[in-house]
Design a protein around this ligand. Structure first.
Ligand SMILES: [Zn+2]
Length: 375
């Protein structure tokens, strides 16, 4: 049902109209920021194309066999492709799932389960940096097989910008000679990272970022968190439901407090405390946590910039509006801090997370750089 999708009214109208006029393309490109419901809409549209018991002529029922199989992500005629770690004896011609090491396979099944329970869930497998060529070759081998009458095979390539050239070229060949009764849906939040040749062969469907209100309504419906935390997560996630949900799960208040404590400690020259915080944030090598920790600092510093500029009504624009007084004090204590260099250093540190650098070390080194820009 379309009410599985939060917001996106214009996009839903467009998808309904595509369905009703039966002008179905062989390939779509769902583009928009992370966590706004692109995968969820791809699943919904796939159900619509295959539902045997339509509601109002343009809505999937969620009850028929086809709808249920697609929702569970376990249909022979619906497949979701995403980045995978390299398998053992990986060759490019066999199903990459079968080649995964057993621990990776377990993680894959677990991620698939989480995604089927919540289509807004962001799939994340360790060491899965790109969509493998074997995943696309596997798609090629399946897309030309015939399917029962009335079935439209759908292949969703999630975060399709993670295809390298070889995979993109293999996909391009299918887009040039699309098989009948099948649809490929690519999703991406990084449109500029996709080759023009691919973009040009897909019908583009844009997804807007969500409003904080839309995010908070969905968060309240799905989980039991204090209203204040939901409000902070909705506001700080810049239109991404998935990010807001992850922040809540990580403890949005705690993470923000620790990001602020880290900065205050370095300003007080209390580097022992900086090291303690850096180590505790990096425990278990949780890259996502360190990424979000840096994200909070970034938001905090951007708020500091708003305070410094003192444009009319700046208080309302603050993301950390509940901490406005602290920001004003910080600004008056460090009036010459070089905010732009601080933001650049934060972004630089974020890039290092993806590489093989100790997470605690990234944060400790960062504090030394930041200290200089504050003075
Ligand atoms: Zn149905």
């Amino acid at each position: 049902m379309w009410n599985n999708i939060t917001g996106q009214a214009d996009t839903i109208t467009k998808l309904k109209s595509i369905f009703k006029t039966r002008k179905i393309s062989h390939a779509y490109l769902f583009e928009g920021n992370d966590g706004v419901g692109k995968d969820a809409a791809a699943i919904e549209f796939s159900k619509l194309l295959n539902c045997t018991n339509l509601v109002n002529g343009d809505e999937a029922c969620d009850k028929c066999d086809n709808c249920k199989k697609i929702t569970s992500l376990r249909s022979e005629y619906f497949k979701m492709i995403f980045a995978l770690p390299a398998g053992k004896n990986d060759d490019s011609d066999s199903d990459p799932i079968e080649k995964l090491a057993s621990s990776d396979f377990e993680a894959y099944m677990e991620q698939l389960e989480l995604k089927s329970e919540n289509p807004y869930y962001k799939i994340s497998l360790s060491n899965a940096n790109n969509i493998r060529i074997s995943s696309i070759r596997d798609l090629v081998s399946k897309i030309y097989l015939s399917a029962p009458a009335g079935i439209t095979k759908v292949f969703v390539i999630s975060e399709s910008d993670k295809m390298r050239n070889e995979a993109a070229n293999a996909l391009l060949k299918i887009l040039e000679e699309p098989p009948k009764n099948s649809v490929i849906i690519l999703t991406t939040s990084k449109l500029n990272s996709l080759p023009q040749t691919i973009i040009g062969r897909c019908q583009r469907i844009h997804f807007e970022s969500l409003t904080p209100e839309q995010i908070s309504v969905k968060l309240k419906a799905n989980a039991d968190y204090p209203a204040k935390q939901i409000e902070l997560a909705s506001k700080i996630s810049f239109g991404s439901y998935s990010r807001a949900a992850v922040l809540l799960e990580m403890g949005v208040d705690d993470l923000r407090n620790r990001a602020i404590e880290y900065m205050i400690s370095l300003l007080k020259n209390d580097f022992a405390e900086v090291v303690t915080i850096s180590r505790s944030i990096s425990v278990k090598n949780d890259k996502e946590k360190v990424r979000n920790f840096l994200f909070f600092m970034n938001v905090w510093i951007r708020d500091l910039l708003r305070v410094r500029n003192q444009s009319a009504g700046f208080e309302a624009e603050l993301i950390n509006s509940d901490l406005a007084e602290r920001l004003v004090k910080l600004n008056s204590n460090f009036p010459n801090s070089d905010i732009f260099s601080i933001i650049l250093d934060l972004e630089e540190a974020e890039k290092l997370i993806g590489q093989n650098v100790s997470l605690a070390l990234i944060l400790i080194n960062l504090s030394i750089k930041l200290k200089r820009h504050f003075n």
